[in-house]
Design a binder for this molecule. Structure first.
Ligand code: AMP
Length: 505
């Protein structure tokens, strides 16, 4: 059997004419169309000199041809390397010289700048614009659609995705054909996807969430997706009567809740709402249930591991928890220093092992070695615990842990207390250098404009609810928290912004 992800994705197709993707401007592609188009594009890639194992780096706007390029690259036995569309030429230089792709596909507006970088690694350049036009699709159109999918085995590389790199350099996570196929196939079952599903796809396709979770799950299920260039709450709400599933980052749900039209009636055709990539506030979960009657299904994953845990499809979807280890995935909580398994109800480092876990970081053997335990568990860098019922809870990234006066302070615990105060929309707790304490617990809070809330009121409300060492030394009010495109709060930016607030103390 060919373990190529492409072969597995399209094996045993019962109805080739089934709709796979439609776009908001009315374009439609069936499963047969995706196979034919990926065949033409794979032939073109080969004609451009792309060989088995070569990297194809892509910085392109979301479009059906961009997704076809992903399928064609994998089909041709090459390694798909998507890049965030926000990266500047300066940032791209690092990725391109590190990955040494043989072909780079980019927006025509960037072709000159990228051309200069490409020359350094002898890569060719093709263009693809937001409407799916460019030298890539022109070239593919001249090719035949028959293409013999290149033979690959489970452990061969299918993709490299660079991590967002908020601490130090971005690392290329090497994902194998089986990492991707096995995880998506399992999710189809776990989340009960079938050919009757219609997914609203409003995520970018350069990240694991939109590319692998959303697209691969839809295709494996023989379902269809409505491809949107970007998330627009009113548009997404308007599509719900003819869709069944939404996969989103928490910001999607927060914005949808601001739509007065979000009601039980408006969501009654929907089967499941899934959230991930950043913590979903327990309040958002509860408010969503009250408004729509649906419990958001929160799951936890990362670029390096695909999906690790999920709340159950049937059974309690617990607000603030990321659910159970997925079938085949082992999760344990360890002492960050010794690696000792801490068991249930203890806070420590989340470690995972399973067919979902990546092969290592591209050309970083030492970094790879440092992040795996001897028995094969990957150290995620997330702090968390497993409760008595087996639900996993995330308490923040290890690097966001605050150590004040020698005591560990888990930001999530303080944030949950602050978020529960009337008038608070959300908060982020960070550690800021402090002469006496090492780090001073600092709360950055977004409140309702009208709420009569100030620093003293927050402190007073927390007093008695939190041990003294966990109490914020300062509460700062802001209009918004800085977020990246996947909705993650960028605590590194907050730490930089407030680095000096305790200076001289
Ligand atoms: P990325 O590699 O960009 O997908 O980021 C992975 C990181 O996002 C994880 O290591 C977590 O810190 C965070 N993350 C993903 N899903 C969740 C979730 N449901 N709740 C809290 N954090 C999450």
């Amino acid at each position: 059997m060919n373990a190529n992800l492409f072969s597995r994705l399209f094996a045993d197709l019962k109805d080739p004419n089934k709709l796979a993707i439609e776009t908001s401007d009315g374009r439609r592609a069936s499963y047969a169309d995706l196979i034919a188009q990926s065949g033409r594009m794979a032939n073109y890639l080969v004609a451009r000199g792309v060989k088995t194992g070569d990297r194809v780096a892509v910085q392109a706007e979301k479009s059906v041809p961009a997704l076809v390029l992903y399928l064609a690259t994998v089909r041709a036995g090459a390694v798909y390397l998507p890049l965030n569309t926000a990266y500047t030429l300066n940032e791209l230089e690092y990725f391109i010289t590190d990955a040494e792709p043989s072909l780079i596909v980019c927006d025509p507006s960037k072709a000159d700048g990228i051309g200069a970088i490409a020359a350094k690694v002898n890569a060719k350049v093709d263009t693809l614009d937001a409407t799916g036009k460019g030298s890539l699709t022109d070239g593919a159109a001249t090719q035949g659609h028959e293409f013999a999918t290149v033979q690959r085995s489970d452990g061969d590389l299918g993709a490299i995705l660079y991590t967002s790199g908020t601490t130090g350099r971005s690392k290329g996570a090497m994902l194998t054909h089986d990492n991707l196929a096995s995880n998506s196939l399992m999710l189809v079952d776990y989340w009960r996807f079938t050919e009757n599903d219609v997914l609203i796809h409003a995520l970018p396709i350069y990240h694991t969430h939109g590319l692998f979770v959303a697209s691969n799950v839809t295709l494996f299920a023989r379902a269809s997706m409505i491809f949107l260039d970007k998330f627009d709450a009113a548009q997404v709400l308007g599509l719900m009567p003819r869709a069944t599933a939404l996969m989103g980052v928490p910001t999607f749900y927060v914005r949808l809740l601001q739509q007065p039209g979000l009601t039980r009636e408006a969501t009654k055709h929907m089967r499941v709402f899934i959230s991930g990539s950043a913590p979903l506030l327990a309040d958002t979960h509860r408010e969503w249930s009250a408004r729509t009657g649906h419990g958001i299904l929160e799951r936890y994953g990362m670029t390096e591991t695909n999906m690790n845990t999920s709340n159950p499809y049937e059974g309690d979807r617990v607000p603030g928890a990321v659910g159970f280890p997925l079938p085949g995935v082992s999760v344990r909580i360890s002492d960050p220093e010794t690696g000792k398994d801490l068991g249930r109800e203890s806070i420590g480092m989340i470690e995972v092992k399973g067919p979902n876990v990546f092969k290592g970081y591209w050309r970083m053997p030492d970094k790879t070695k440092a992040e795996f335990r001897d028995d094969g568990f990957f150290v995620t860098g997330d702090l968390g615990k497993i409760d008595a019922r087996g639900y996993v809870h995330i308490l923040g990234r290890g690097k966001d842990l605050v150590i004040s006066g020698g005591f560990n302070v888990y930001p999530k615990e303080i944030e949950s207390e602050i978020d529960a105060l009337p008038g608070v929309i959300e908060s982020a707790v960070i550690g800021v250098p402090h002469a006496d304490f090492g780090e001073g617990v600092t709360a950055v809070v977004v409140k309702d404009k009208q709420a009569p809330l100030d620093e003293t009121a927050v402190m007073k409300a927390l007093d008695g609810r939190l041990a003294k060492f966990k109490m914020p030394k300062k509460v700062i009010f802001v209009d918004d928290l800085p977020r990246n495109t996947m909705g993650k709060v960028q605590k590194n930016i907050l730490r930089d912004t407030y680095a000096k607030i305790y200076a001289g103390k």
